[in-house]
Write a protein that binds this ligand. Structure first.
Ligand SMILES: [Fe+2]
Length: 362
């Protein structure tokens, strides 16, 4: 084969081409010629057997070059405009940052440690669904419980959700069936949310209907307790080093017509080795104790709530199983038995008396 001046350049082109990992762009930059020139040299080198088929151009470069070669020259100079969209690299940075924050927020809530400063026995009064603006809300019981929560030494309070009816969408028509207005509903809700030094407040389905910008998020909760949507799981770290875990959900999944506390018990049997599991939502009361394998007792409780007279239950023909709007879990850190560590009372006044007695005794 006759040698041409181009062929004489090929050994050097092939050497640089191999050095740059078969990159036409890299070879072109090093030899200070165009990529198209390198493409032609490479094709010739392959024809002469100076390059093996494995050393062909990287496909991405070939595609880019053929695309570029098909592009016609524009007839005008394209304008340089600032794009309104966030550049994708910056968008990915933000996504990484937001995911990191979400992960930290989520993980830190799996079991929230709460240091209890009160020495000796404490009581946890658990308010069932209040629905404060409903005409069927049992205000005498609610006021009694608020007073007990505020005045009993060693008593802390929690709520399982549904502070108010908070009708939205098609359900807004139901404001026509109650004597309180939406505005009054928020007045009553704010009163309850800020009257009691809450250890925890859960938002139930009725509260969640508010969506984003929920006024509850901006209310100053006394005691700076935990306000969470749907559920909260806490490890109460008692001053003597003992820990009592409290797991409250507006409702636990699972239902049985024969056992009103079925979903809560199922959670204790299958997922959570916690001392106290609490739910509300169904406006019925129920209680079950699950013994864990290590002998620990899980108290599974559904509190009935304050909506004593319920037209929805009447329409559905639901029997009244709401025997207690609230309950009290008395925790005695000094107890020597599993049964003595946590005791459940369905009469809050008896519970307050017992707690006061126990605090004097210990
Ligand atoms: Fe409710």
């Amino acid at each position: 084969m006759r040698q041409t001046s181009i062929d004489e350049q090929l050994p050097e082109v092939v050497r640089v081409y191999r050095e740059t990992g078969c990159s036409a762009r890299g070879t072109a930059e090093k030899l200070k010629v165009s990529r198209h020139t390198i493409m032609r040299r490479v094709a010739r080198a392959i024809e002469l057997g100076m390059l093996s088929p494995d050393e062909k151009l990287q496909w991405g470069e070939i595609a880019q070059m053929s695309y570029e070669s098909e592009k016609p020259d524009p007839l005008f100079e394209p304008p340089s405009l600032v794009q309104e969209d966030i550049p994708v690299e910056e968008l990915i940075e933000r996504r990484l940052h937001d995911f990191q924050r979400k992960a930290e927020a989520y993980e830190s809530r799996k079991l929230i440690p709460i240091k209890i400063k009160e020495p000796g026995p404490i009581g946890l009064i658990v308010f069932g669904d209040p629905h404060v603006d409903d005409d069927g809300c049992d205000w005498p019981s609610l006021l009694r419980d608020v007073e007990i929560a505020k005045k009993t030494p060693g008593m802390v309070a929690g709520n399982v959700g549904d502070l108010q009816n908070n009708w939205v969408g098609r359900l807004s028509r139901l404001y026509g069936e109650q004597s309180t207005s939406k505005r009054q509903a928020w007045q009553l809700t704010e009163w309850l949310a800020t009257e009691v030094p809450w250890l925890f407040l859960i938002k139930g389905n009725h509260d969640m209907w508010t969506g984003t910008g929920d006024p509850l998020d901006y209310m100053k909760i006394p005691g700076q307790g935990v306000l969470e949507a749907w559920s909260v799981r806490m490890a109460l770290q008692l001053p003597n080093g003992r820990e009592v875990r409290v797991n409250c959900r507006h409702d636990f999944p699972g239902h049985s017509q024969w056992n009103l506390v079925h979903g809560v018990s199922k959670a204790a049997q299958m997922h959570y080795s916690d001392h106290i599991l609490l739910a509300g939502h169904k406006h019925v009361s129920g209680y079950n104790i699950v013994m864990q394998q290590d002998g620990m007792l899980s108290h599974c409780i559904r509190v009935g709530g304050y909506k004593k007279y319920d037209s929805y239950a009447k329409v559905g023909g639901f029997e009244d199983h709401n025997f207690a709007s609230s309950c009290v879990c008395v925790i005695n850190p000094e107890a020597e038995t599993a049964t003595g560590l946590v005791q459940i009372f369905w009469d809050v006044e008896y519970a307050a008396d017992y707690l006061t007695f126990l605090k004097k005794k210990v």
